[in-house]
Design a protein around this ligand. Structure first.
Ligand code: HEC
Length: 458
């Protein structure tokens, strides 16, 4: 029925354009997919006819995945270049094609900052072994290449330390060699899947140099990089060694937690990293890094509903997906209670937002047995009252570290904004280049927590 109507319209158009060719086929045979969804619903999917205003709004604004991409993802991404991502390059969500490619794609692939990586994004790492003496392959937790020339080292004199220029490898298991220093070829091994679907282990790089084994746990290897080897090593690092413990917290996400979560998991919005970054948590776990979107209004309930229903409607067994199909709000489980999707309630709370910011940005110095400045910002999330709220600063005992409801009387907050009255440096200190202030959005969250929610521990 629709089809014949269209044929008539096209016929009229052809006439109007003045190109009538009596021998031409009936223009109604021009390929046209009548199932293409039209805004407001289409023949494939029964429209939602209930009364929930949020569902109706979502259905009207976001009939298909294309609308989710254009009106939600693009809106929250645009503005400042790269705000979509924790890295400019990854994930690229700027086109419908790259948005589709985010389905089942790994998360945190190129995080610029190791502490911003979510354990459940970690993949099985590449493996390392020496060619001679022979020993088993060991998963690589993480690595670091410090630029500059490796100084002269010798077993009885100067040994490498944690920051010696050269290549540092941190492995999952202790290295099974006796020596503390050896000349050997190290190889890097990765699993590939061949045409037949078989997993093949391939040595994708090797490196011949002097290796040092750190004595404390024998999992830390140091490789000397000579001037003529620098390019090889830089190439190796640039080609991307997959790190099993990218965030360096001792949890090998893929090994210990089982399934690595993808950016978008078809059928499973709750296990999609993209959703977790909007919420700041996945299940019970908080997700490190700034809550998305950075620069724009957070999604409202109909926005979230559209995203969740879009993801829930993706068929997990499909080989590829299209953004063009209509979103089925009728079937979508979230349509029963859309207001539960509100991000407002999960906003700037201590446990899901503020604590993770402090842990990932401050914990390196303000934790452990001897925290810098005498201030411990790690530890359990349940003793914030004892350590921060209404507790005097050491540097400026006339001010409390956190004074609920008052920013300019909260010394910890002043240290973060670099207020003129602070003693010492603006926090966080970056040992390499002075200090690197927290991003605006994180400061804003800490501000909201102190100012709006009275520094409640929740
Ligand atoms: C690289 C190490 C380092 C990092 C990272 C770091 N700090 Fe500090 N912090 C220090 C040192 C050293 C001091 C003492 C000297 C100073 O204040 O400059 C200090 C002092 C402080 C003080 C003063 C303590 C008091 O009782 O008066 C506060 C508050 C503070 N830091 C908060 C933070 C916060 C919040 C973060 C993370 C956003 C952070 N720091 C990250 C090293 C660090």
């Amino acid at each position: 029925m629709k089809r014949s109507l269209l044929a008539a319209t096209l016929g009229a158009l052809a006439l109007a354009c003045g190109s009538p060719d009596p021998n031409q086929d009936d223009p109604g045979t021009i390929p046209f997919d009548p199932k293409r969804p039209t805004p407001g619903g289409n023949s494939e999917v029964a429209p939602y006819t209930g009364l929930d205003a949020d569902v109706l709004t979502a259905q009207l604004k976001y009939p298909t995945g294309i609308d989710v991409h254009r009106k939600l993802v693009m809106r929250t991404c645009s503005g400042t270049n790269g705000v979509c991502h924790n890295q400019k390059e990854y994930p690229d969500l700027h086109t419908p094609g790259t948005f589709v490619a985010a389905i089942n794609a790994p998360c945190n692939v190129q995080s610029g900052n190791s502490s911003g990586v979510f354990d459940r994004c970690e993949r099985l790492g590449d493996r390392f072994r020496f060619v001679e003496p022979v020993f088993k392959e060991i998963e690589i937790g993480w690595f670091e290449l410090f630029p500059g020339e490796t100084p002269e080292l010798d077993p009885r004199g100067t040994r490498p330390d944690d920051s010696t220029p050269g290549l540092h490898l941190y492995l999952h298991d202790p290295v099974p060699v006796e020596q503390d220093r050896l000349n050997a070829t190290g190889t890097f091994i990765r699993n590939f899947i061949d045409d037949q679907g078989n997993v093949q282990a391939l040595a994708f790089a090797s490196y011949d140099t002097t290796w040092w084994v750190f004595e404390n746990d024998r999992r830390h290897l140091f490789a000397r990089v000579n001037e003529n080897q620098r390019e090889i090593v830089e190439g190796l690092v640039a080609s991307g060694i997959v790190q099993g413990d990218q965030n360096r917290n001792g949890t090998y996400g893929a090994r210990i937690l089982g399934n690595t979560v993808p950016l978008i998991k078809p059928g499973k919005p709750e296990e999609s990293y993209l959703v977790a970054r909007l919420r700041g948590y996945m299940g019970e776990q908080s997700v490190p890094g700034t809550r998305m979107p950075l620069a724009n209004q957070p999604p409202n309930v109909p926005d979230m509903l559209a995203l969740m229903c879009f993801i829930e409607g993706l068929d997990p067994s499909a080989a590829q997906w299209s953004l063009g199909s209509a979103i089925d709000y009728n079937k979508c489980s979230y349509s029963a209670n859309p207001s539960a999707l509100s991000l407002g309630g999960s906003g700037d709370k201590w446990s899901t937002r503020v604590l993770p910011i402090l842990q990932s940005n401050c914990g390196g110095c303000h934790g452990g047995d001897n925290p810098q400045g005498g201030l411990d910002l790690l530890g359990s999330s349940h003793d914030v009252d004892q350590r921060l709220v209404l507790k005097p600063s050491r540097q400026k005992p006339t001010l409390n570290l956190i004074q609920p409801g008052s920013l300019d009387k909260s010394y910890l907050f002043l240290k973060l904004t670099g207020d003129g009255s602070i003693i010492g440096s603006r926090m966080p200190v970056n040992p390499l280049n002075g200090n690197s202030p927290l991003p605006e959005a994180e400061l804003k969250s800490i501000e909201n927590w102190i100012f709006l929610s009275g520094a409640e521990e929740n």
